[in-house]
Design a protein around this ligand. Structure first.
Ligand code: ATP
Ligand code: MG
Length: 389
């Protein structure tokens, strides 16, 4: 049986004059992502996108791919009726929805008539199709108020479709519609979630990872790249900039007071991230910080680390509990990778008693023992760019 996906656009339908640009981008994103999965014909009419699934394609994979494209509110997986007649609609519903009828005790039919030339109203269609299906499935009672199964009939321009109702799409806005931002990507649980949340708001991501070889291993780096790959299932291709960070950490260790180590290190991260971000056309930085989670994520600590950059810093996890972050990490399939036990550059020289209420003059005094500009330049020059598909 021929199947299609009917994807309904989300928030972008609200966008007035920009709507066309948004829709074009959404369609382009979907086509690019779908190209890895199957050779589907993809078209858009009246804010509905049609994905025609070829007979030899894996329909579940097509569905999964579509459900990870930001910008769609709902997805209906439907059967195409061979003809636009009531008989054809009933026959299609009988076959295609047989498993749904088998699992239901009650049902109703809901029809939409996009094709106004069809000589019956949507109510008449529902009544007729509902009556016939009630005869075909005598164990399933009609119930107009709380049915287990709602049979949807959509009478569109070219075809009639039958399905068992929409499921939620990925939501959000099309990737790229709000520009590009740089995600500070560690091997932890929080930063991939932060990246996903901002990608959902239409940001294209560019990853930045600080790498402290040999204190952290190649395997730790591979883990971060794997997290990046997992994110590409949602946000499409992405580049990760790997920044050599060892020299900076050694300099801080040798020349600054231990309790300030993490804060000074984080200020370097933000400076370097901003330089790289600007070079690659990013308009903001994204981190996985969550208020109070660790010593460097108190309000005064974030004031000190945020002070070195001019770009806006998005911290979408800031108000979330760890449990809430973990729930998203599981949903987006990064959790299992994040908990692999490889060391992170942040844990390498962690002070025993980190300062949670830093004062700026003390930080500046400590940094005066370092050649900040030269160290930042050196790190930026050493960036290795890795493109993830
Ligand atoms: P995560 O679970 O993402 O590692 P965390 O709770 O461990 O976060 P920190 O280690 O203090 O928190 O880091 C806070 C944020 O700083 C991270 O969410 C990430 O955005 C950034 N960050 C930390 N380490 C790195 C790194 N090695 N490379 C790039 N960004 C990093
Ligand atoms: Mg971390």
């Amino acid at each position: 049986m021929k199947e299609v996906l009917l994807l309904k656009c989300g928030e972008i339908v609200l966008k007035g004059l920009n709507r066309k640009t948004f829709e074009d981008r959404l369609l382009k994103n979907l086509k690019r992502r779908m190209a890895h999965v199957a050779d589907c014909e993809i078209t858009m009419r009246q804010s509905v996108v049609y994905v025609e699934i070829p007979d030899d394609a894996d329909a579940d994979a097509v569905m999964e791919c579509a459900s990870r494209v930001f910008g769609f509110a709902t997805i209906s997986r439907a059967a195409v009726c061979p003809e636009k007649t009531l008989e054809s609609i009933i026959a299609t519903a009988k076959d295609y929805l047989a498993p749904n009828f088998a699992a239901a005790k009650t049902f109703k039919v809901e029809s939409k008539r996009g094709d106004k030339k069809f000589p019956m109203t949507s109510t008449e269609i529902s009544q007729h199709v509902g009556g016939e299906l009630a005869d075909l499935f005598p164990d399933v009672r009609p119930d107009m108020h709380h049915p287990d199964l709602t049979v949807h009939v959509e009478m569109r321009e070219k075809y009639a479709f039958v399905h068992a109702g929409p499921v939620p799409g990925a939501g959000g806005m099309p990737i790229g519609s709000n520009g590009r931002a740089a995600l500070l990507l560690s091997g932890g649980i929080d930063s991939p979630v932060a990246g996903w949340m901002m990608a959902k708001r239409g940001l294209e991501l560019c990853g930045i990872h600080f790498f402290s070889y040999p204190y952290t291993s190649e395997r730790a780096k591979e883990k971060v790249l794997e997290l990046g790959r997992k994110l590409t299932a949602w946000c499409g291709r992405m580049s990760v900039m790997v920044v050599p960070f060892t020299h900076i950490q050694e300099e801080i260790r040798d020349k600054c007071h231990e309790e300030l180590f993490t804060l000074i290190m984080r200020r370097f991260m933000m400076r370097i991230a901003e330089r790289v971000a600007v070079e690659y056309g990013c308009g903001a930085l994204i981190t996985g910080e969550s208020l109070g989670q660790v010593a460097s994520q108190t309000m005064p600590a974030m004031a000190v680390t945020g002070a070195v950059c001019d770009l806006p810093v998005f911290r979408p996890c800031i108000g979330m509990d760890k449990e809430e972050i973990v729930t998203i990490a599981r949903k987006i399939d990064t959790f299992e990778t994040s908990i692999l036990p490889y060391e992170d550059c942040c844990t390498v020289f962690t002070p025993k008693h980190p300062n949670t209420k830093p004062k700026m003059p003390k930080i500046l005094e400590a940094e005066s023992h370092l050649d900040v500009e030269a160290l930042v330049d050196e790190a930026v020059k050493g960036v290795e760019i890795i493109h993830l598909p």
